[in-house]
Design a protein. Structure first.
Length: 521
């Protein structure tokens, strides 16, 4: 049978008139077609990207990758990932293929964009690290297969692109967008060696980013009964219901030379009771922030104002006033210029008042927690579970939107190891030889104000006993030291104390491992 040959120009004209080829599905899956446990590999090579390519070019790349997976897990078999400081680098590996017989590899040129998202698993919900422009919203709930870019969500027909752009420009607030990490296509020779279109992404396990929002408020009043009972045991007995009792050194001026908080284990009965009074003052002022200008603090001080404390000469004060006047003397050792007296006794506090004091103290703790807690960081939670999922946007035909394809499945959940729990080699610090100490020059200078310089120039025995005078010459000092010498001194002191602690705690085998090494003669 004869077939007419078409001129190339005619063939191109006819092909242009034909309808476009029907699109076929694309799959993004773990490299090698495994499950979520095969996505993450760990490399200990310093140049881990080149080392990965070398592994993928090898004929036994499957075996080599298998040896790089699941290097460490906990007792529940949850994957644990180390940090770069542990000389460990985490990589997620995927392959893109067409959903057709034989799973032919996807042409990388058809990938319009790509990325990786790292998500936190919290109470059955999936959370993404969200941002809005330059603002960081932190971990927020997200749908697993929503487009990370809010501008691409919903219908994306090309005909309404201009309308979508106008609406986006008129928004006063920017919608939250999920943080997208880079996802790379492996070099052509690597893909050809494996017969796959390979995509890889380094997984960040450290970050300095923090949410711009306020930290989650801890409601101490809503804690379980077991925790409330422990807090009640922690609080001073003066912050609850109690019988009437005398106070130590009744009717005498408070003595700033007595380190009241240091008398916890004193065998002197009055010194031990003085510690309990100072502990009460310390909890109200420092721990609960009772002198702060906050509603919870005012409520606590109002309750303490209702507790009347008798003084000599038929006079009286209140617990709140006593706290205000006694705190500089008992806590800061300031002179008792006002002649503040220790009250004669503490009255009986009934159950109802004791409960109000306890609840008010819990409210103060909630405010203190909010004040002292920094905005949550990306990886602050030691027990947080994470997973990664990749996506590609496959370019559509003219006038058609790109097709979003998520990797399936997501990676297995993993935890990030803390900085002190690593398997890598220890950092090596070279100490100077004793014969070379004279050659070590000062490398850091400390600038001391006059008061500190005068204090350090006094008798060390006075400092040990809580004394020390800051008066003297009003001259500042610039003191230079050698960091290597300071390190050597710290190392010597460390070994002394380790030996002492080892007598009781048996830590030495865990903290100190020494092996002999030859030195050049």
């Amino acid at each position: 049978m004869m077939r007419a040959a078409l001129h190339p120009a005619e063939r191109r004209r006819i092909e242009a008139m034909m309808p476009p080829e029907a699109p076929h599905d694309v799959v993004l899956r773990p490299l090698g077609g495994g499950d979520g446990r095969t996505i993450i590999v760990t490399s200990t090579a310093q140049n881990f990207v080149d080392a990965l390519f070398e592994t993928l070019r090898a004929p036994d790349w499957r075996t080599r990758l298998a040896a790089m997976r699941r290097r460490r897990s906990d007792r529940a078999d949850t994957l644990q990932l180390g940090l770069p400081t542990h000389q460990q680098f985490q990589i997620a590996l995927f392959e893109a293929a067409c959903r057709a017989p034989g799973r032919p590899r996807l042409d990388p040129a058809k990938i319009a964009s790509r990325g990786l998202v790292l998500r936190r698993l919290a109470g059955g919900a999936v959370q993404g690290w969200m941002k809005a422009g330059s603002s960081i919203a932190g971990w927020q709930a997200t749908a697993e297969r929503d487009d990370p870019d809010p501008a691409r969500r919903g219908p994306q027909h090309g005909a309404n692109a201009a309308v979508r752009a106008i609406l986006a420009g008129r928004r006063r607030t920017q919608p939250l967008a999920e943080d997208v990490l880079p996802l790379f296509v492996a070099p052509r020779d690597v893909c050809e060696a494996c017969g796959r279109t390979i995509l890889f992404a380094p997984i960040p396990v450290v970050s300095s980013e923090r949410s711009d929002g306020a930290p989650e408020r801890l409601d101490y009043a809503a804690l379980p009964n077991e925790d409330r009972a422990e807090l009640a045991a922690h609080f001073s007995s003066y912050l609850g219901a109690r019988p009437a009792a005398s106070l130590p050194y009744p009717g005498t001026p408070l003595d700033p030379t007595i380190n009241a908080l240091g008398e916890k284990f004193s065998t002197d009965v009055d010194r031990g009771r003085l510690f309990l009074v100072a502990q009460f003052v310390q909890q109200v002022v420092v721990e609960l922030g009772g002198l702060e200008a906050k509603p919870s603090a005012r409520q606590l001080m109002n309750l303490l104002d209702g507790i009347v404390l008798p003084l000599p000469g038929n006079r009286a004060t209140t617990a709140a006033r006593f706290v205000r006047e006694a705190s500089p003397i008992l806590l800061e050792a300031q002179p008792n210029a006002g002649g503040v007296l220790m009250p004669l006794s503490w009255p009986r506090v009934d159950e109802a008042t004791g409960t109000r004091l306890f609840e008010s103290a819990l409210a103060c703790l909630s405010d203190q927690h909010a004040r002292l807690t920094a905005a949550p960081g990306k990886f602050d939670g030691r027990d947080d579970l994470f997973q990664v999922r990749a996506f590609v946007r496959v370019a559509g035909h003219d006038g058609c939107p790109d097709t979003l394809v998520w990797s399936d499945p997501a990676s297995e959940p993993f935890r990030i190891l803390p900085w002190w729990d690593g398997d890598g080699p220890p950092i090596r610090i070279a100490l100077p030889d004793l014969s070379q100490i004279g050659k070590v020059k000062p490398s850091v200078a400390f600038e001391m104000p006059p008061a500190l310089a005068n204090l350090l120039a006094k008798d060390p025995k006075q400092l040990k006993d809580g004394g020390g005078d800051t008066s003297g010459l009003q001259l500042g000092w610039l003191c230079s030291f050698s960091i290597p010498i300071i390190t050597l001194c710290a190392f010597i002191v460390l070994n002394i104390f380790l030996g002492l602690f080892d007598l009781v705690l048996r830590w030495m085998i865990l903290l100190k491992i020494c092996i002999p090494i030859p030195v050049k003669k």
